[in-house]
Ligand binder design. Structure first.
Ligand code: ABU
Length: 487
């Protein structure tokens, strides 16, 4: 014990090498359009290549550096300009610097004493996001992903109506009713299960042909649930649904919530970033009337996974009262500084990642205008792709996109000109998975597909990365045509 048990000099030397690898393999190559997006391996082959077994003795530096290279080389390059698979993509160098800083600091922003900078950064970032929602005051916390942010909203809504539920559980609470559209995120169902509300008590409200909640159907559902003896509590409107990118009509939904005294939560995990664009923020008109908002800058703002803000209009300390337990070893009331900065008890978590820092660094780098410009560039790129899809043979839109989700089928020559029979749709539903398999095996690009309601598998193309160019989008369509031509 007389000497440190870590070789600090060797550790630093190792890190120097790792930073070079990170820059070369993780940053340069993973954003280089001439590289493959992925290098597909069957799981067993990959297990063997990685040599996953954990042994009694450690390995030398060269072997470890090779392992670092392998991890990067054999992973999917989500920063690549031809990765269109998820609602996140791209690599922002400033945000990545913020992620490095967060990892290096290795602290939890639950108390000011262990994370003074991170607590103040989080406070500032949350205030700025709330300002964009249209609130001059309020509260909030970063959560590990949009699903958790949505669950926090459900929990806080229940607590506001039934404060005793915190201590007595669901025993004294009537059967509750939660409402969200048929296109809402699946986390509403998960949250109802986790919170003991029950998935049967989530009422999925019908949507129109564009995937937007129909307010009159919400009103009917609320009346029906009341007539059945349940107590309506919570409405989740969605601003940017996962597949179609639909925006629910927030003002009409807010009117209904006000009439029935219901909590209005807006799941703007995907679409919230449109608030940064003067041209697109109308999509969320009425969001300031909500009680809470989920907003994931790790999606459209390219901040990096993960960065999910749960924002609250209430400024009376509801979040703290709902989740706080006041652990005496963390949240001592007799500290020498302002203990309102010990914000960790607002969260059901204890250890928590400081997800605000990377957004703060990015925001400092490009400003509010720069963030808005990125959203508008993604929108403009989607418009370009839309025009090309309309022009090209074999492509059929699922619907005109309102936002950045471009959904379409590719109809190969063998199916073109056929009647719209059940057999036709059955065969068409097999096209997207077949093309996807070929593209992943080739490693040329990645895009998602899914069935939705009565619609058979179609592609959902998402752009968030400002590095994507017209050439990438032309390549994308050429590649779909080439891969699907002989199906
Ligand atoms: N609900 C999170 C979004 C998943 C996706 O990237 O499509």
């Amino acid at each position: 014990l007389d000497d440190p048990g870590l070789d600090i000099a060797a550790g630093e030397e190792f890190l120097q090498e790792v930073f070079q690898i990170l820059l070369e393999e993780g940053v340069r190559k993973s954003t280089d359009v001439t590289q493959k997006v992925c290098d597909w391996k069957e799981p067993q082959e990959l297990r063997e290549l990685l040599d996953l077994e954990l042994r009694s003795d450690g390995e030398g530096q060269e072997r470890l550096l090779q392992r670092c290279r392998d991890v990067l080389r054999l992973s999917v390059r989500t920063g690549h300009p031809r990765f269109f698979n998820q609602l996140f993509s791209g690599l922002d160098h400033h945000a990545l610097a913020g992620r490095f800083l967060t990892e290096t600091l290795n602290t939890s922003p639950y108390t000011y004493e262990v994370a003074p900078v991170l607590v103040l950064v989080e406070e500032q970032v949350l205030a700025k996001l709330r300002e964009l929602v249209g609130w001059s005051s309020g509260d909030g916390i970063f959560a590990p992903g949009g699903s958790m942010s949505n669950m926090l909203a459900m929990n806080v809504a229940r607590f506001r109506r039934f404060p005793e539920s915190r201590s007595r559980g669901n025993w004294d609470v009537p059967r509750l009713g939660l409402f969200a559209s048929q296109e809402s995120h699946y986390s509403i169902l998960k949250g109802a299960a986790l919170l003991g509300i029950g998935t049967d008590n989530v009422h999925l409200v019908r949507t129109d042909e564009r995937g937007k909640m129909i307010p009159e159907e919400l009103e009917k559902e609320i009346q029906r649930v009341k007539a059945e003896g349940s107590e309506p509590l919570f409405v989740c409107a969605t601003s940017g649904t996962t597949v179609l990118g639909a925006f629910d009509p927030l003002d009409a939904i807010a009117d209904i919530c006000a009439r029935h005294g219901l909590w209005l939560h807006v799941d703007a995990a995907w679409g919230g970033s449109a608030l940064l664009s003067p041209q697109l923020r109308h999509l969320l008109a009425g969001i300031h009337r909500s009680d809470s908002v989920t907003w994931n800058p790790h999606k459209l703002l390219m901040v990096g996974l993960q960065c999910s803000a749960f924002l609250l209009r209430d400024s009376s300390g509801l979040l703290q009262r709902c989740h706080g337990v006041g652990a005496s070893y963390l949240f001592q009331r007799d500290k020498f500084y302002d203990v309102s900065l010990d914000t960790g008890d607002k969260s059901p978590q204890c250890g928590r990642r400081a997800d605000g820092l990377k957004l703060w660094i990015l925001w400092k780098a490009v400003g509010t205008r720069g963030l808005g410009w990125r959203v508008e560039r993604a929108f403009a790129a989607t418009r370009y792709l839309l025009e090309q899809v309309k022009r090209r043979e074999g492509f059929q839109l699922v619907m005109e996109p309102e936002f950045i989700n471009l959904c379409f089928w590719f109809i190969p020559p063998s199916l073109q000109g056929q009647d719209s029979s059940p057999e036709f749709w059955d065969k068409l539903g097999k096209v997207a998975p077949a093309i996807k398999e070929k593209m992943i095996r080739r490693g040329s690009m990645m895009v998602g597909y899914q069935p939705l309601g009565s619609r058979v598998n179609f592609f959902r193309h998402i752009i968030t990365n400002p590095a994507v160019t017209r050439q990438d989008l032309d390549f994308f369509l050429d590649e779909i045509q080439e891969l699907g031509w002989d199906l």
